[in-house]
Design a protein around this ligand. Sequence first.
Ligand code: HEM
Length: 292
Amino acid sequence: MDPKESNHNKHSSDEKHKSKRSPPYALFNLLVIIVAIIYAVYYQLYLKDVENVEEVAGGEGESDQFKIPMFTSEQLKEYNGEGDNKKLYLGIMGEIFDVTRGEKHYGLGQPYHNYVGKDASKAFITGEFDAKNGKSNALDHVLSLSPSELVSLKKWRDFYIENYDFVGRLIGRFYEPDGTPTEYFWAIDRKIQFGLKQQEEEANFQREFPPCNMEYKREKGTRFWCTTQSGGVERELAGYPIQLFNQDAKTFSCICTEKENFELPQFRKYENCDDKIRSCFVPVDDQSNEDD
Ligand code: HEM
């Protein structure tokens, strides 16, 4: 058989098939388009974020295209707005942000200029720059801060993530030259997790035993009272004022609780109370003995 002829025949029979099958093909094409649209929307909504997270975190599967720029402290210094380079970069916990947009805060002669061109993490908490002791390079050494101070520092870092562009990481205390976190990074991270847990426990405690309202009059003394909003904790039961002993500070503070808790060992009753208005009064003379 002539291959041309046979081809021709095949072709025309295909054509027939095609025209017969054209409605399902159209349906198939439509399906492909719908799937493509769904994928595009899904990518925009979810996958793009996942890629970005991997990029910022230096996660596995990170390709060269997504490599995080690494800076030495000398390179970071070039972005302090004092030389030809007009860009302002700020380091915090080893991460670097472009704060050029916030020039009115960070530019030359502006109140927060000291924070750019370096990682001055510690100064976010202490407000001090130690430069007078020649220790300015230790400003990113934050291990001596308390867990709750480190939580505050983390909030500052989150502030920069939210408000400015992340541009890279600083080689040194928090990151290795290849961008992986150092042991120091993890030590700080553990302390922050501890601080967050502590704060959560304190918040739970405050919900259970909210602080009293308090009014101090110099000549007379202090009045403590409970309402369903005292201490900024909204609740159904106002409770009654009682003194709570703080082991660490060796002081008493006023909290609100129900009478059934009054016998707990950490509490001490006030002497001068009016249950009807859920209020207690400590006259001036008694206040010197209050913290005994
Ligand atoms: C250690 C303490 C402090 C630190 C670390 C600190 C840090 C900062 C930083 C980094 C900014 C710029 C935020 C941005 O990029 O948008 C800022 C803004 C500001 N800070 Fe502070 N600050 C401190 C204490 C204070 C105090 C005590 C005051 C007031 C007496 C104050 C008043 C302000 C004001 C008003 C702004 C906003 C300025 C504006 O939007 O034009 N800061 N602070």
